[in-house]
Design a binder for this molecule. Sequence first.
Ligand code: MN
Length: 414
Amino acid sequence: MTKLLRSWVVSANTAETDFPLNNLPYGVFSTENDGPRCGVAIGDFVLDVQASEKAGFFDFDGTLQAPNWNAFMALGPERWAQLRARLSELLAEGSPDRSILGAFLTAQADATLHMPFQVSEYTDFYSSRHHAFNVGSLFRDPENALSPNWLHIPIGYNGRASSVVVSGTDIRRPNGQLKAPGSDAPVFGPSQRFDLELEMGAIVGQASEGPVSVQQADDMIFGYVLLNDWSARDIQAWEYQPLGPFQSKATATTISPWIVTKAALEPFRTATPSREVPLLPYLQEPGPMLFDIDLDVALAPEGRVETVLARTNYNEMYYSAAQQLAHHTSSGCPMQVGDLLGSGTISGPEPGNRGSLLELSWAGQQPVQLDTGEERTFLEDGDTLTLRGAAQGEGYRIGFGECTGTLLPTEVSS
Ligand code: MN
């Protein structure tokens, strides 16, 4: 396993930082004086990539002058590798360019982070075995928890790109159709079972026409983010048959602000678990396509300290993002630069590994105890949810930064 690579940005040379030289994740930031532009995180700072390109440190056909990473992604894997190699060189300890580049650094504390890419379309999957089993047990019964197709298909639904927001954006509790068990008719009102879903998001960096193989799909993926797929369980339970979730998932999806590239995650590749039934050939993986990334989610009631609700790992997935993407294209569905694929809630085998309150509170039957002495079955107004994640190297970590959002009360219509 590779070791910590040292940078002249001193805060990048610690075991605790999310952003050592090994990482170099891409984001979009603004300051008091300057509007949104591309940057790369290094230690406690962000390097202005737009200014660096303007100053002639590299040249990517002006794509880095845009306030998002889409045009750069479209250039393809060869150019992705070139920028990463150049940034690694420029930011390395002993770089002759440090005195000039020092002027292009902004403290992250002084930067506002924006959506790092324009989401073209958003698809959410359902690919964690433990999550699917838990939800199937709660929504149906433990005997038939996994639907007959689950071990053959990465199940997914087409979500809304328009509802994807960057970390730090407030979330409004939705209204919707709710039907209490045993009642004859639904009512319309605020969701009483508003929940989080701890997921990873894969960002498609290359367009496709027609079906692609799992290997081609892996090659098309530019990077990964943390993703919270906010979900209204009561709306979901009433609406989901026969076509799947709709309004229950359309309020908002929060992503972390830094795109951690697939290149940074290469040392942490790991295989999906052995298949319980053989997959059809078009879904078989030629190599390991998951990543060993520790994940957790914390809840802080308004004005109070946070409690870690669950800890899990991206290696719990039954299907990789590459398999999901290959399946997505199998119908001929074209993919676009900037498409976002949600992994599905990531739950592990133990109760403390469950990535949603639906599972943690077992549909509200077992309230979760917070460190503040309070309890939760589902989210309360004012709650702040924060996802964190990192791949753990030898003396360094590849972190994602925070994926956070606060739940506000339902808007009162006037
Ligand atoms: Mn989801």
